[in-house]
Design a protein around this ligand. Structure first.
Ligand SMILES: [Cu+2]
Length: 349
């Protein structure tokens, strides 16, 4: 089967093949250099710094998110993780249709008697004072802070609702002050580029619940928050985080209000997993201000949803497909050229 005369193959297909090859070359020449900086910007910074027993500053401290319900009850009813000397902030949410109060006794290790009348309960607080006395309207939220005295270490402090008959019906809880400092204090930075660095934090917990510390320095010029999800292994998004945190109050919500300053918080996690943290300032999460805290589980080995390898592989794959098409076209053009042109189906001009 040696062809004696080969009919000239259709040049249109060769032209298409050459065009595809040029497109592939262009894609490689432009796409690969573009992919590198994109990937660099999205890389996960694996540098994790561990510190020990960082004292909470006056601007930091621990934040407890407490929901008052019409049960009536406090959720959670047990608050722990705070240490003596630190600033305690309570963010009180009311998801019911009655007013509630969060009134925290100053006396350690005193259990108030639920058979007391509302007047007797009021009388107790009038006499002994309270660390905090917040009242929250239906559907509302309110914040309050106080500093735990040094002698509070290891103590239990009861909090109640002073709205008549709510305490008597079970609306009370306990703030347990830890004896020590966090086992691990993680450090993070809020950057001017609207990112946290590192955005992967790792804590090797020894047992649960585990007390951890976070230290965030604002190295940019804007205000931020460092807001940590209370739920492990749940990914939150810029579109759902407001709803999510309304339903699941964050375990830490540091308000980073002074550029250049460092903020601390101590918090408690109930179990291992990956906890997402974000900045709640409008637009910041969307711009990339989020990260993940790995507690008792291994952090991603090579990580990054957009690594150099993945982006460049996309470019290479696309170029490869173009080359393949051009080869097929060229081959078919050569092959088809051996048949009378009349046999080829004709497509539009
Ligand atoms: Cu921010």
């Amino acid at each position: 089967m040696v062809p004696t005369a080969v009919r000239a193959p259709p040049t249109r297909k060769y032209r298409a093949a050459v065009a595809l090859l040029l497109a592939a070359a262009l894609l490689l020449a432009v796409g690969l250099p573009l992919a590198a900086p994109i990937a660099r910007a999205n890389r996960v910074v694996p540098a994790i710094e561990f510190g020990r027993s960082v004292a909470a500053g006056p601007s930091g401290g621990i934040v407890f998110n407490v929901t008052a319900t019409d049960a009536p009850a406090f959720a959670p009813a047990q608050l722990s993780g705070a240490v003596a000397g630190e600033t305690v902030t309570v963010r009180l949410y009311n998801n019911g249709s009655y007013a509630h109060s969060f009134t925290l006794a100053r006396q350690a290790n005193v259990v108030l008697n639920t058979s007391w009348s509302p007047a007797a309960l009021d009388g107790y607080f009038a006499q002994n004072g309270s660390f905090l006395n917040l009242t929250v309207a239906p559907g509302g939220s309110v914040n309050g802070s106080f500093v735990l005295p040094a002698n509070a270490s290891g103590g239990s402090f009861e909090f109640v609702s002073l709205v008549p008959y709510q305490f008597q019906s079970g609306m009370h809880g306990t703030l347990v002050v830890g004896a020590g400092a966090p086992s691990v204090t993680l450090t993070d930075q809020a950057l001017a580029s609207l990112a946290f660095e590192p955005n992967i934090l790792v804590a090797n917990a020894t047992g649960y619940p585990e007390t951890l510390g976070i230290q965030v320095t604002d190295v940019g010029a804007l205000i931020h928050t460092w807001t940590l999800s209370a739920l492990a292994n749940v990914q939150i998004t810029p579109s759902n985080f407001t709803t999510f945190f309304a339903q699941h109050p964050p375990v830490v919500n540091l308000q980073i209000l002074n550029p250049g300053a460092t903020y601390n918080a101590t918090f408690l996690l109930d179990g291992p997993g990956v906890y997402e943290f974000i900045c709640e300032e409008p637009g910041h999460f969307q711009a990339g201000m989020f990260g993940f805290l790995y507690v008792g589980v291994a952090p991603p080995a090579v990580a990054a949803p957009l690594s150099t390898a993945i982006v460049q592989a996309d470019v290479l794959l696309l170029a490869g497909i173009l080359v393949l098409f051009s080869v097929v076209l060229a081959l078919s053009a050569t092959f088809m050229g051996r048949f009378p042109p009349g046999r080829r189906p004709r497509h539009g001009s």
